[in-house]
Design a protein around this ligand. Structure first.
Ligand code: PGA
Length: 253
């Protein structure tokens, strides 16, 4: 896994957006796997700017979302479908039929496995992801693949950990409102991407970035499995890189 450092959050967002834009210009049928959370917002803003000001064309692009809360209506402002519409899809010319979300009709637990399999099939039929973008959880989760003794390979329903519920409660008016379950691509779905771009920003991510860069692979820190991938880059701003920098300069002295 390559670590790529940028001075600021905006520098990082611009650099990653430019990589995506380059891919789309080279291959108008690019298949993207997209993530929510605070970190990718700057990337989406820059992609919207590139569409408006520099004619970046999304008309043939296909998107899949990495994860989604279980049980929230797609119009719920906390749903990831809503998030993606707000931050990207409403502002670029991506075709509605090329946008894919992991959605199971609410309260329909029996159908979950079937919907997950259908989602995997759609990814396969699209030819897999050219680029996958993802933030990193404070506990090292990837998508909603939470630390555990065993990780699932393909799209599935998960129980969110307390750490994730607490971290995500900032988007809700109370902790009780945070959904306890989510749907997420599995580790094999993610590792199937041709290129993976992880993004991390801010001092609070410095510790997990440093832990992941240690290169020991453990299911207790799902992001470490990305060391098995041939083309993963972790893009960080200077604050998220702090501990990695300190460690490397200590090793040199
Ligand atoms: P964040 O979330 O970008 O809001 O920090 C990342 C994650 O939890 O995967």
């Amino acid at each position: 896994m390559l670590i790529v450092k940028h001075e600021t959050y905006n520098d990082m967002s611009r650099a990653v957006a430019n990589m995506i834009a380059r891919e789309i210009r080279n291959n108008p049928h690019t298949v993207l796997c997209l993530a929510t959370g605070s970190t990718p917002i700057g990337i989406y803003q820059e992609l919207v700017r590139l569409h408006r000001e520099e004619d970046l064309d999304f008309s043939q692009v296909t998107t899949f979302n990495l994860d989604e809360y279980y049980g929230l209506d797609k119009n719920d402002p906390q749903s990831y479908s809503y998030f993606m519409r707000e931050h990207l899809f409403a502002h670029v010319n991506v075709s509605e039929q090329n946008i894919h979300h992991i959605r199971v009709p609410s309260n329909n637990l029996e159908d979950v496995a079937r919907y997950c399999q259908e989602y995997e099939l759609k990814i396969k039929q699209a030819g897999g992801f050219d680029i996958l973008i993802d933030g990193i959880g404070l506990n090292g989760h990837i998508g909603f693949n939470e630390p555990a003794d065993e990780l699932q390979s393909y799209t599935h329903l998960v129980d969110l950990t307390q750490s994730t519920i607490e971290a995500n409660s900032r988007f809700f008016s109370s902790m009780d409102e945070v959904p306890r379950h989510a749907l997420t691509m599995g580790m094999a779905t993610i590792l199937g991407a041709k290129k993976i771009l992880l993004v991390a920003s801010g001092k609070h991510k410095a510790e997990i970035v440093n832990t992941i860069m240690d290169a020991t692979i453990t299911t207790q820190i799902p992001a470490t499995l990305l060391h098995l991938h041939h083309d993963t880059e972790m893009h960080v701003d200077s604050k998220a890189a702090q501990l990695v920098d300190q460690k490397r300069s200590a090793e040199r002295s």
